[in-house]
Design a protein around this ligand. Structure first.
Ligand code: PGA
Length: 260
């Protein structure tokens, strides 16, 4: 089954609203729409609203980097998935920065995934092990805990729309950016699909899109995209450089065309 390639740019806590508009404009000038590749941009929460007006929806979709699972109420400082409905198509959930810096628990992630789906927003669920967990050969246990708990409240029909991003924490640029070997990635991606298969059946396991993230750049994106079972990439640092991101997207077009 040939799934649509997904390229997600996570701008993290970078760029003012003005800089975000400027980057969007440069990307819109240099990226052509392509049926087989979906390009998703995740600017800061503040830039989402203005970008949602400026964006060419034939070329790009928007994603939130985070949101709160309650729809409304006395949760000072938070923005809900209900408020993002209609503005974003996707939401990154359980990113390692959220888990490590902001104490997001497995239970928080479960509730956020559920809230996203309830509000017609596709979750991009991030999972991945730390270097210490990898050295202790705990990768599979960590991935299993994160995947199984995050999807616990979804039906098998709802699983279809979920995207899972495997981001080994030790490979993310902000934490050192060691290079992940294709064989490491293949093993974990196969394991993720196995979990989905056991929980929701063969069809769901074939349909779920799995991304790779961790220091992806223009020079190595083709390598990651050609790993069996990988349907796209989640790009951090390289996504706030217009040149690099344009090259990453065009490499995704080429890879998709080559495998057809
Ligand atoms: P990176 O970030 O590409 O800068 O390593 C990826 C991520 O944190 O999602």
């Amino acid at each position: 089954m040939l799934r649509r390639t997904l390229v997600v740019g996570n701008w993290k806590m970078n760029l003012t609203t003005q800089q975000s508009s400027l980057l969007l404009r440069r990307l819109q000038q240099n990226i052509q729409g392509h049926r087989a590749v979906e390009v998703v941009l995740a600017p800061s929460m503040l830039a989402l609203q203005p970008l949602s007006v400026e964006i060419d929806r034939r070329k790009f979709k928007l994603a939130a980097q985070n949101a709160y699972f309650k729809d409304e109420g006395g949760f000072t400082g938070e923005v809900s998935f209900a408020m993002l409905r209609g503005i974003v198509s996707y939401a990154i959930i359980g990113h390692s920065a959220r888990r490590l810096y902001f104490g997001e628990t497995l239970d928080d992630v479960t509730q956020k995934v559920e809230a996203a789906v309830r509000n017609d927003i596709t979750p991009i669920l991030c999972v991945g092990e730390t270097k210490r967990e990898r050295d202790a050969r705990e990768t599979k246990r960590v991935i299993c805990d994160q995947v199984v708990s995050a999807l616990a409240n979804l039906t098998s029909a709802e699983i279809d729309s979920v995207v899972i991003a495997y981001e080994p924490i030790w490979a993310i640029s902000a934490y050192g950016g060691a290079v992940a070997k294709p064989s490491d990635v293949t093993t974990v991606v196969e394991y993720i699909r196995l979990q989905i298969r056991e929980l929701y059946g063969k069809l769901a396991a074939e349909r779920v899109r799995v991304l790779y993230g961790g220091s992806v750049d223009a020079h190595d994106v083709k390598g990651f995209l050609s790993i069996k079972g990988i349907d796209g990439v989640l790009v951090g640092a390289a996504s706030i450089s217009a040149n690099k991101f344009v090259n990453i997207v065009s490499a995704a077009y080429q890879t998709h065309t080559e495998v057809q």
